[in-house]
Design a protein around this ligand. Structure first.
Ligand SMILES: [Zn+2]
Length: 406
């Protein structure tokens, strides 16, 4: 689009500079500048190239791009980058290399505008444009319901409906159990496989099957249509992270890691058997990790990580089943105001984190202990090992006796 920018007083130019963070209007210059082209091209997930072409009767001394990413933020953050400008071609360019920042999630909107300064100090601001960091390598289809929009490209409509249906059901159950619910829209991008998901993210651990971009309201996950049962749990887990974020986000304090992960594990449904086996073993060998330790990022050690997730689930299970969903809702509300951990638990439950540790460990030992009603099925197994052991000892004894006799 061609835009002619007319001369205005220097006063307005200064004013425009002072309010550069506000959505700009075309502004002044002491010379005539014609914008010939102003656009941005996305090469997902690598770069966004912002380009400006212009004509000017006066020498241009500086061109810079201002941009703002649409996301949850407590401050109105505007970034500024100095563009490469060629007076010969009259073109300016700035490339946002996502390798330097980590890539934005798919579908993120970026607002941008340019500021052009000429030799005599005149400045213009172009109109504000919007570009979407869309992953157009795939032919996305979409379905929406309420606050949820699901995008997918592999599998038929029933695959997408099944996923959206289970997301909705899990959110309803989570709200019943904890009071936590989405307050803002969420986009769920279902990549066709883990490999496709990995290919859509620049920096992601190989084992990551799903990602929650909490500040952006985006979940990205790789689910092959043949893997829908696994996919539903994984998607619900990530979605619950967005719910927790929306319920508790504040500029002062984050919530304990175990509470964040525990709500997501709890939203998935019953604890899977392999996770439960970690809890049983930890109870049996008295190796439960303290609640205090689980407040910080989990250990990198795989075994400890599994146990940390299982314990997180169990802590939320304990709080909901022993103290009710209304208190959990109150806890999230108190945390949304940036409360300190001890303070929050004292206010809602009447015990601090040490008290929680004691009460939960006693509850967990009861529930996951060897002789608890739930584990009676394990006893024949232990007895089996015991009997086999005794038979082996007896056999060795008999053989030795026989040898002594010879
Ligand atoms: Zn998680």
């Amino acid at each position: 689009m061609k835009a002619r920018v007319k001369r205005l007083a220097a006063f307005f130019a200064v004013l425009a500079l002072m309010f550069a963070a506000a959505p700009p209007l075309q502004s002044s210059a002491q010379t005539e500048i014609t914008i010939l082209k102003n656009h941005a091209v996305v090469d997902y997930p690598h770069v966004v190239t912002f380009s400006l072409e212009l004509e000017s009767l006066e020498k241009i001394t500086d061109i810079r791009l201002s941009y703002q990413v649409e996301r949850d933020s407590f401050a109105d953050v505007v970034c500024e980058a100095v563009a490469d400008y060629s007076s010969k071609t009259g073109s300016a360019q700035w490339i946002w290399d996502m390798y330097t920042t980590g890539n934005l999630p798919p579908g993120t909107a970026i607002k941008y505008w340019w500021q052009v300064t000429t030799q005599n100090g005149g400045t213009i601001l172009t109109e504000t444009r919007m570009v979407t960091f869309a992953d157009e390598r795939y032919q996305w289809q979409s379905i929406s319901e309420g606050n949820l929009s699901l995008f997918w490209y592999r599998g038929d409509g029933s695959f997408a409906s099944e996923l959206l249906g289970s997301a909705k059901a899990a959110l309803t159950q989570l709200e019943t159990d904890t009071g936590a619910h989405l307050t803002r829209p969420v986009d769920i991008f279902i990549y066709g496989s883990s490999a496709d998901l990995q290919g859509a993210m620049l920096y992601v651990q190989e084992w990551a099957g799903g990602l929650a971009f909490t500040g952006y309201g985006v979940v990205a996950i790789g689910i092959a249509p043949s893997d829908v049962e696994w996919g539903k749990r994984a998607m619900v887990h990530e979605l619950a992270h967005l719910v927790t974020h929306q319920m508790t986000n504040n500029p002062y304090n984050s919530i304990p890691v175990w509470l964040n992960e525990g709500i997501s594990m709890y939203a998935e449904g019953n604890l899977e058997e392999y996770s439960e086996s970690y809890l049983r073993r930890a109870v049996l060998y008295d190796e439960l990790i303290s609640v205090q330790s689980l407040a910080s990022p989990f250990s990198a050690d795989a075994e400890k990580t599994y146990l940390s997730y299982a314990q997180s689930y169990s802590l939320v299970d304990y709080l909901v089943s022993a103290h009710g969903s209304l208190r959990m809702a109150d806890l999230l509300q108190v945390f949304s105001q940036g409360a300190d951990y001890d303070e929050a638990f004292l206010e809602v439950y009447g015990f601090n984190i040490d008290g929680l540790d004691d009460a939960w460990q006693a509850w967990a030992k009861e529930k996951y202990g060897v002789y608890s009603p739930q584990t009676m099925g394990f006893i024949p197994l232990y007895l089996g090992f015991l009997v086999s052991g005794l038979i082996v000892i007896a056999a060795v004894f008999v053989i030795q006796k026989k040898r002594q006799m010879v």
